[in-house]
Design a protein around this ligand. Structure first.
Ligand code: SF4
Ligand code: FES
Length: 247
């Protein structure tokens, strides 16, 4: 495949960025999107040009590092992560625009790399359960009903990639936060801190500069893990209950 790439290049957080056009040829349809970028970077390196900075780690769809806005879609045209997207999803001769996530709360560090530490601070605010140190409790000591376990597992699939924020016209992180709140809120271990959790996480979310949810649904449509919108309902439900002291 021969492709034209329009890639966002930006030297640093305060530098002025622009789309730069590159041609890549002889790309196998079986390459992943990141392997295609590796091919470009190897060439740029050989030419003595600064390679394109982008994030990746596991390249298996589990770490959440690799988000890119690909021709206007978070993670591209398939419902998967950028690292699991393959070039067969594109047409020979196609022009592909590649940009970083666009959100005030995810400032650009360089080229396609953004700072997603706002997510870490939301988790630090309340996305955890406190446990005593000591030996691990018996796995069967705390029974969890199957429907609740299934829902907790579903929500726990969130990999914190940030596609939901990038896709949302309000740059809200409600799907991410709703997934964490649902994950812990369905489990017995998550109950003691449930009220504190939702209040602290929402306060941190707003402080970071994420927008509010207006039920557009782009977040769930872009989510590579298929996290449903109803986790946001659960978040709002928990927030109302916490505010009225019903926990
Ligand atoms: S909810 Fe989905 S899109 Fe948002 S951070 Fe989690 S995995 Fe990524
Ligand atoms: S590199 Fe880990 S999810 Fe893509």
């Amino acid at each position: 495949m021969n492709l034209t790439l329009k890639i966002w290049r930006q030297d640093g957080p305060r530098a002025r960025g622009e789309l730069v056009t590159y041609q890549v040829n002889d790309i196998s349809p079986d390459m992943s999107f990141l392997e295609m970028l590796d091919v470009l970077n190897e060439r740029l390196n050989a030419e003595g040009t600064e390679p394109v900075a982008f994030d990746s780690d596991c390249r298996e769809g589990i770490c959440g590092m690799c988000g890119l806005m690909i021709s206007g879609d978070a993670h591209g045209p398939e419902k998967t992560t950028t690292c699991q997207l393959h070039m067969r999803s594109f047409k020979d001769g196609e022009t592909i625009t590649i940009e970083p996530w666009r959100a005030d709360a995810f400032p650009i560090i360089r080229d396609l790399v953004v700072d997603r530490s706002a997510f870490d601070r939301i988790i630090q605010a309340g996305g955890f359960i406190s446990v005593n140190t000591g030996s691990a409790p018996d796995a069967n000591a705390t029974p969890v009903p199957k429907p609740k376990a299934d829902r907790a597992f579903m929500a726990a699939e969130c990999i914190g990639c940030g596609a939901c924020v990038a896709a949302c016209p309000n740059a809200a992180a409600m799907l991410f936060m709703g997934a964490k709140i649902t994950h812990l809120g369905e489990l017995p271990q998550g109950q003691p801190e449930r009220a504190m959790r939702v209040q602290a996480m929402v306060a941190q979310h707003d402080q970071e500069g994420f927008g509010g949810c207006t039920n557009i649904g782009e977040c769930s449509a872009a989510c590579p893990k298929g996290i449903p919108m109803d986790v946001i309902s659960q978040l709002n439900h928990d927030l109302r209950r916490a505010g009225s002291g019903k926990f």
